[in-house]
Design a protein around this ligand. Structure first.
Ligand SMILES: [Zn+2]
Length: 658
């Protein structure tokens, strides 16, 4: 090989190497400490970035280059340096390991503002970045507010409210900021977080960062993500006893009307830390996982950990924290909510909406157990047993699960005695009627065996063939929410009699959702005036409050009584009726409506025939004389007979509207 060609060869390789992106040898925190300069406009403490100033930032940034981490989640309070942490990740992937980067802000306007106020100053003041990105004012710079081109990659900024921005070319680095402010769906395309994540799918070394302060409990994206992560918290040591703890708001206390004397108290020895001691304990703290790590790294940090200087007018940061809390409290629910989200970095628990008793009492309608609306196609009953009475509610259901309260009956007496059970038995076989004279019987009844189970089992056993089943309400099974009904009944009782385990939470969720929708219409609930549906009944029905709880990132509801003195048999009886309907299986409501229409007794002169089919009890309750409808076709006894039904089947007919 001659000298010239060797030179050309070398030049070629030099060119190739120069064109290749640099191999990342630095971690994000090392890059930041080497290159990053904090801008005057974004922080009071501008100048060279140092992790020593805000030590919890270091590990957080390095998650981005940790091969074990598939996603990093930051839920940090305001004033803890979250944006600078995110910017350092951004700077690293512009300079040290160039990539196609997508940054998503809640809206296009916020994306523009972030570009102007955060990214532009960072590029301007950080020499390593300034060299890479051309001035947007230069011609053909390739740079606009929402797009920055640099050697080896580019950055696109978009708003989560614009679905067009979320679809497009694959991108290796996805930074989603303030995800709790993202719309539920980007246009009609679906969850913007999922859409953004999809763009990184083809990269095995993709980087996904999601940050936010949390918003409303049960609807907070970041909190849900955090619950699915290893949920790291910043543990700090007490200077007096050395106890490691996560600082919480309840530990900050001050003498009445003297917030300037606020101290942070150790959970173990109650030593009151001064602000200097707080700062020192936070500086020397460490991240610790509070849940198992399964590839998602979550870091949660509240405002007590701030290392930023206190504002003018306050003695120190603890004073400022106490004063700001008092201001928020004075401002009411709205400002407390902002404080809880941005300072505590916790989701705000919205008081579950109470269903006002008056709203139910005022919407009663004019019908009776003998003049039910023709929409009623199926009757079921829920029965609750107490030590001095039995309460039963009959419910009618129709197309799209619209429901009608038929009657709430209280049988007073001792469930240890037979009389009360005889009264219940007579009641369960009685006949109800619609205004069009179609007669209906209770197709299935569920009786709570949680109390007096022996008596309940003894009553139900000979009546199982009639659809009278014992049942038991279940709130939770371990960490799982049981379904409304399992696929088949349990026999796990002394007498080995089949009984149904009813998923109370699912049923109550559906009932409470439906109570809020005014009838008529699909899934609404009607009440008649009287027949046991008085104010006391409505008070019982609305006696519980729905609250949100979390289990491994999944929000679920629990139902709790606000006032233990208020009874809730009405609600329980409704729950069992809902389960009884569910146990009947998939109902073909359209077909059933035809069957019911066909069963309307013909003209009165032919009534004796139908009369024979009735039981003695049913005969007591005859349909009132009403204007005769056009005579329907004659019906056979076979049509009147109860249709055979599948005893067990799986599926969720009565779905909660979650
Ligand atoms: Zn201590």
């Amino acid at each position: 090989m001659n000298k010239a060609s060797t030179e050309a060869h070398r030049a070629f390789w030099r060119g190739m190497i120069a064109a290749m992106p640099p191999i990342p040898a630095l971690s994000v925190s090392e890059w930041a400490e080497t290159h990053r300069v904090l801008s005057r406009e974004s922080t009071a403490e501008h100048g060279r970035f140092s992790c020593d100033r805000v030590p919890y930032q270091r590990a957080a940034m390095d998650d981005a280059t940790d091969p074990a981490v598939s996603q990093s989640i930051y839920a940090w309070a305001a004033q803890t340096g979250k944006s600078e942490t995110l910017n350092n990740v951004l700077g690293f992937f512009m300079h040290a390991d160039p990539a196609a980067i997508l940054m998503v802000q809640p809206t296009v306007d916020l994306a523009e503002a972030y570009s102007k106020e955060r990214i532009a100053p960072m590029i301007r003041d950080t020499p390593a970045l300034r060299k890479l990105v051309r001035d947007p004012r230069a011609r053909d710079s390739g740079n606009t507010l929402l797009s920055k081109v640099f050697p080896g990659g580019n950055l696109a900024l978009i708003g989560a409210n614009a679905p067009s921005g979320l679809a497009g070319r694959p991108r290796r680095v996805i930074l989603l900021d303030e995800v709790d402010r993202f719309p539920v769906s980007a246009g009609t395309e679906g969850d913007p977080c999922a859409l953004a994540d999809r763009r990184a799918e083809s990269f095995p070394n993709s980087v996904k960062v999601k940050t936010s302060t949390p918003t409303v409990k049960g609807r907070s994206r970041i909190w849900s993500l955090l619950e699915g992560s290893d949920f790291q918290k910043w543990f700090c040591a007490c200077p007096a006893c050395g106890h490691q703890q996560v600082w919480e708001w309840a530990q900050i206390r001050w003498p009445k009307d003297k917030p300037e004397d606020a101290r942070l108290h150790c959970a173990k020895c109650d030593h009151g830390l001064t602000d200097e001691e707080r700062i020192e304990s936070v500086r020397t703290g460490e991240w610790r996982a509070t849940k198992p790590f399964i590839g998602i790294r979550g870091r949660w940090l509240n405002g007590i950990n701030t290392l930023f200087r206190h504002h003018k007018g306050y003695r120190n940061r603890l004073h400022q924290m106490a004063a700001e809390f008092l201001q928020a409290k004075e401002g009411g629910a709205q400002t407390m909510r902002v404080w809880t989200n941005t300072f505590l970095a916790e989701p705000y628990e919205e008081e579950a909406e109470a269903i006002p008793v008056s709203s139910l009492a005022s919407r009663v309608e004019d019908y009776s157990p003998e003049t039910l609306p023709s929409g009623v196609l199926q009757l079921v009953a829920g029965v609750d047993v107490q030590n001095n009475r039995i309460e039963a509610t009959v419910w009618g259901f129709g197309i799209e699960e619209e429901s009608w309260a038929v009657e709430h009956k209280v049988f007073d007496g001792d469930p240890e005695q037979d009389e009360i059970w005889q009264a219940l038995d007579s009641y369960l076989v009685r006949t109800f009627a619609r205004e069009d004279r179609c007669e209906l019987k209770i197709e299935r009844a569920f009786i709570d065996m949680g109390f007096k189970s022996k008596r309940v089992l003894a009553f139900c056993y000979p009546r199982l063939v009639r659809g009278v089943y014992p049942c038991r309400g279940l709130n939770r099974v371990g960490t799982a929410i049981p379904p409304l009904l399992p696929t088949k009944p349990s026999r796990n009782n002394r007498a080995r009699i089949p009984h149904w385990n009813v998923g109370v939470t699912v049923a109550k969720t559906a009932i409470y959702d439906r109570l809020t929708i005014p009838p008529p219409g699909p899934r609404t609930i009607h009440f008649p005036e009287g027949y046991g549906f008085d104010e006391g009944y409505f008070r019982q029905l609305t006696s519980e409050r729905r609250r949100t709880r979390y289990s491994y990132g999944q929000a679920y509801f629990v139902f709790e009584k606000d006032n233990n003195a208020v009874r809730n048999e009405a609600l329980d009886a409704f729950v069992y009726a809902v389960a009884a309907l569910e146990s009947l299986g998939r109902v073909n409501w359209g077909k059933l409506a035809e069957v019911r229409r066909a069963s309307i007794p013909p003209a009165p002169e032919r009534e004796p025939e139908a009369e024979q089919a009735k039981t003695a009890e049913a005969a007591l309750a005859t349909a009132p004389e009403s204007p005769k409808p056009t005579p329907p076709p004659a019906i056979t006894a076979q049509q009147l007979a109860p249709r055979p039904r599948p005893m067990f089947r799986p599926r969720n007919l009565f779905r909660p509207m979650l």
